[in-house]
Design a protein around this ligand. Structure first.
Ligand code: GLN
Length: 281
């Protein structure tokens, strides 16, 4: 296979998905590397051997991407915090902005006395990226990760095993299935308003609705989690939640109403309010 052939495949693939994907050429390149099982260097130099089977895999992948499936569902992979995670259709794809949730959790825990052997629960773990990243950063923590979706729990278990992370994965509807008190409760719940147009856009429209939308203002699940959190936190334990850019004040207000103190909001790299922390009394 010459560099010219590869260029032609990339161009054809990129053109086929140009109307769907804002990053068409990049996506085509990712999908060709995935289909052919080669790296960037082999692709650039034309040293890659693109077999007939690989070409068919690539074309099928381009067809899926053209229908708006997220790249991560097609390759079955998504990077989070510098690590590779398995994802699959039916499971929410971790977003780069959620790396802030990990950083904020590590920071909040550092402010809690006796947090060295902390008990942590992550609600709605999806593929497990947040809980597993925390477990690898703080091996002494006892971490439970929950999800109401069996598909998510299955993928999270695969990821925990692949990264040798000690995370207990259980079924729970937010805090209802959680026993005992925890040093930290962390969650990236659904927070998009039910009728928000972004839900129908590229990629996201193939993701599970239950992981994305939460009532007319997107606050239903955040409100449930915040109201229940104090009963599940140790003294001075922390609740850390991700939320939408316009929801920070409402989240802090709900936290104060639930007697959580020292509330603070942090911005993501795009400068948008994204994560809020509150501490138990
Ligand atoms: N940040 C995600 C998005 O806009 C939404 C995540 C969520 O609802 N928890 O795609």
């Amino acid at each position: 296979m010459t560099a010219g052939h590869i260029d032609a495949m990339l161009r054809a693939g990129g053109e086929a998905i140009a109307a769907t994907s804002p990053t068409a050429m990049l996506d085509a390149r990712v999908l060709l590397k995935w289909a052919a099982g080669v790296g960037d260097a082999q692709l650039l130099t034309g040293a890659a051997t693109v077999t007939k089977a690989a070409r068919r895999r690539y074309q099928a992948a381009i067809a899926r991407r053209r229908r708006g499936e997220p790249l991560a569902y097609i390759t079955g992979r998504k990077e989070f915090y510098g690590r590779d995670f398995r994802v699959a259709p039916g499971v929410f794809v971790p977003r780069p902005e959620t790396e802030l949730l990990v950083a904020a959790t590590l920071e909040a825990a550092a402010a809690i006395r006796g947090s060295a052997g902390a008990r942590i629960v992550e609600l709605g773990t999806g593929c497990g990226a947040v809980a597993i990243t925390l477990a690898l950063a703080r091996p002494a923590w006892r971490i439970t990760a929950t999800d109401a979706s069996a598909a998510a729990r299955r993928i999270a278990r695969i990821n925990a095993a692949a990264h040798a992370a000690a995370v207990t994965i259980t079924a729970s509807d937010w805090l209802r299935g959680i026993a005992g008190r925890h040093t930290v409760i962390v969650a990236n719940p659904p927070y998009i308003a039910d009728n928000h147009p972004c839900i129908n856009s590229d990629g996201i429209r193939h993701e599970p609705r239950a992981a994305l939308t939460a009532g007319t203002d997107g606050m239903d699940d955040l409100a449930q989690i915040i109201a229940a959190a104090p009963r599940h936190l140790t003294a001075a334990g922390a609740l850390i939640v991700e939320h939408g850019a316009t929801q920070a004040a409402a989240v802090r207000e709900l936290m104060r109403a639930a007697s959580l103190a020292r509330t603070a909001t942090r911005r993501d790299l795009g400068g948008r309010d994204r994560v809020t922390v509150g501490f138990g009394a």
